[in-house]
Design a protein around this ligand. Structure first.
Ligand code: ADP
Ligand code: MG
Length: 388
C-alpha cells in the first residue's frame, strides 16, 4: 500500500490545484511564496492549475488522463479535496483512479485534513504558515498511505464519498453559519461556535450504528454477535459477486465499492447494529480524521486508514459552559479525558441518522447536503493520501 510516489513515478508531475478564492483569498500567494520554492528545491516537477468555478476541479479529475500525474495536490480548504475525491469516484475506472495519491496543503479557512496530516507526523501542533510548511515538507517527502473513505447515502441523489466528517446539530449549524466569518480564516469555526452557543438548542432524531469489531464486547443485547461484519476494504469486482446481494445499490448503473454493511434507508437497520436510546441531541459528529479544524482535534487517535468512523454525540441537557469547555478542550484533544456525562464516543463502521427536527442542517466534509435521513459506511483504505 505505502511507498514514495516520487520513487514509483519519477517522470510524472504533480497536479497542484489551487482555489484562488479559498480562505481569505490568499491561496495563490501561498503557492508563489513558500510552496513553489519548496517544490523547486526538492526537484518535484509540478503543474499549477487554478480553479475558475465551483466543481471545476471535479470535472477536471473526472476527465483527466491520470497516467500523466504522480499525485493530485490540493492547495485550498477541504472543499476542493471533496471535489477531487468525488470526481475520481465518478469515473468508470474509479478503482484505479482513486489510487492516485492525494496531497493537501492548507490554503482555505477549513484545513482539517492538512491539520490531521500534520498531527500524524507526531510533531507538536502548529498553525497558519507553520502548518503550510509542515504539509509542504510532508509533500516533498512523498510518503503515500492508504486512506479510508465514507460512502454516504441520502434519501435522494447519487451517493457521496466523504473523507472527513458528517455532522448534524450544533457542529453542522456552526459550519454553515460561520461561512460569513470567512475573512477571519481558520478561527471562523470557533467564532461561529461562540455565537451559536448563545442560541443553543437540541435536535430530535434517531441514531444507529454498527460498532467496530474491537468495541463489540461492550455492546448490549441489541447486538447479535453471530453476524460478524466482513472486510470493508475496497473490494475487487470478483469479490462483489460473492457478497450478499447489495441491497443498498438502488441504481443498477452505480459503480464504486458495494455498501455491504447497510440496508436501504427506508428499511430497518441490520440486526447487528446498535440503536441509541436517547432521541434528543445537541450534536452528532462522525470523523474520519483527527481534526475538524486547525484548532479542533476531535479524534486524537484517528488514523487515515484505521477503518473506523469516530462517532461523537452530545445528548441534550449539556450546559452552555460545559459545551464550551468541550470545544476549548478540543484544541489539545483533552475533551475525552474530561468527565462530561453528555459526550459519547464510539468507534463504528457504519451509522444512520434519522432526524425528526425540521428544518435543519447536515454537512458532509463541511459542505451542506440534503436534510433528512442519512447513512454512511467506511471503505477502508479505499483512497491514498500523502501523509507523514
Ligand atoms: P475554504 O476552506 O476557504 O472553504 P474550500 O477549498 O473549501 O476553501 O473551497 C470553498 C468552496 O469553493 C468549495 O465548495 C469549493 O468547491 C468551491 N470552489 C473551488 N474553486 C472555486 C472557484 N474558483 N470559485 C468558486 N468556488 C470554488
Ligand atoms: Mg470549505
Amino acid at each position: 500500500h505505502g511507498g514514495h510516489y516520487s520513487q514509483v513515478c519519477r517522470m510524472r508531475r504533480l497536479m497542484v490545484l489551487v482555489n484562488p478564492l479559498s480562505g481569505k483569498g490568499q491561496a495563490m500567494a501561498l503557492y508563489t511564496g513558500p510552496i513553489h520554492r519548496m517544490l523547486t528545491e526538492a526537484a518535484v516537477p509540478h503543474t499549477l492549475i487554478t480553479t475558475d468555478y465551483q466543481n471545476h476541479a471535479r470535472e477536471l479529475v473526472r476527465n483527466a488522463d491520470l497516467s500523466q500525474w504522480s499525485a493530485i495536490v490540493i492547495l485550498s480548504g477541504d472543499g476542493l479535496l471533496f471535489e477531487v475525491i468525488n470526481g475520481l469516484m465518478e469515473r468508470e475506472d474509479w478503482e484505479e483512479a482513486i489510487q492516485t495519491p492525494l496531497g493537501i496543503l492548507p490554503g482555505g479557512s477549513g484545513n482539517a485534513v492538512a491539520a490531521s496530516v500534520h498531527h500524524y507526523t507526531e510533531a507538536g501542533a502548529v498553525f497558519g504558515e507553520d502548518l503550510l510548511l509542515s504539509c509542504g515538507f510532508v509533500l516533498c517527502k512523498g510518503l503515500v498511505c492508504p486512506m479510508d473513505l465514507l460512502s454516504v447515502r441520502l434519501s435522494s441523489g447519487p451517493r457521496l464519498f466523504s473523507f472527513l466528517s458528517l455532522a448534524w446539530g450544533f457542529v453542522a449549524d456552526v459550519d454553515i453559519e460561520s461561512e460569513k466569518y470567512r475573512p477571519v480564516g481558520a478561527v471562523r469555526f470557533l467564532v461561529g461556535a461562540l455565537v451559536r452557543l448563545a442560541s443553543l438548542r437540541s435536535y430530535q432524531g434517531r441514531l444507529s450504528f454498527l460498532l467496530a469489531a474491537d468495541e463489540s464486547s461492550s455492546v448490549t443485547a441489541t447486538t447479535n454477535p453471530s453476524s460478524l461484519p466482513g472486510s470493508t476494504f475496497c473490494s475487487s469486482r470478483e469479490q462483489h459477486s460473492l457478497q450478499r446481494d447489495p441491497a443498498t445499490r438502488t441504481d443498477p448503473k452505480e459503480h464504486g465499492p458495494v455498501d455491504d454493511l447497510m440496508t436501504p434507508l427506508g428499511e430497518p437497520v441490520p440486526t447487528d447494529w446498535t440503536v441509541v436510546e436517547e432521541r434528543d441531541f445537541v450534536l452528532v459528529l462522525a470523523m474520519c480524521h483527527s481534526h475538524l479544524a486547525e484548532d479542533l482535534m476531535v479524534a486524537p487517535d484517528a488514523r487515515p486508514d484505521d477503518g473506523h468512523i469516530h462517532l461523537f454525540y452530545v445528548t441534550a441537557g449539556v450546559s452552555r459552559p460545559a459545551l464550551l469547555r468541550l470545544f476549548l478542550a478540543m484544541e489539545k484533544g483533552t475533551h475525552l479525558t474530561g468527565e462530561s456525562p453528555h459526550l459519547v464516543y464510539r468507534r463504528v463502521r457504519a451509522l444512520r441518522l434519522e432526524p425528526v427536527t425540521r428544518p435543519g442542517v447536515i454537512t458532509v466534509d463541511g459542505e451542506q447536503v440534503e436534510y433528512g435521513p442519512v447513512q454512511a459506511q467506511v471503505h477502508r483504505g479505499c483512497a491514498r493520501i500523502i501523509s507523514g
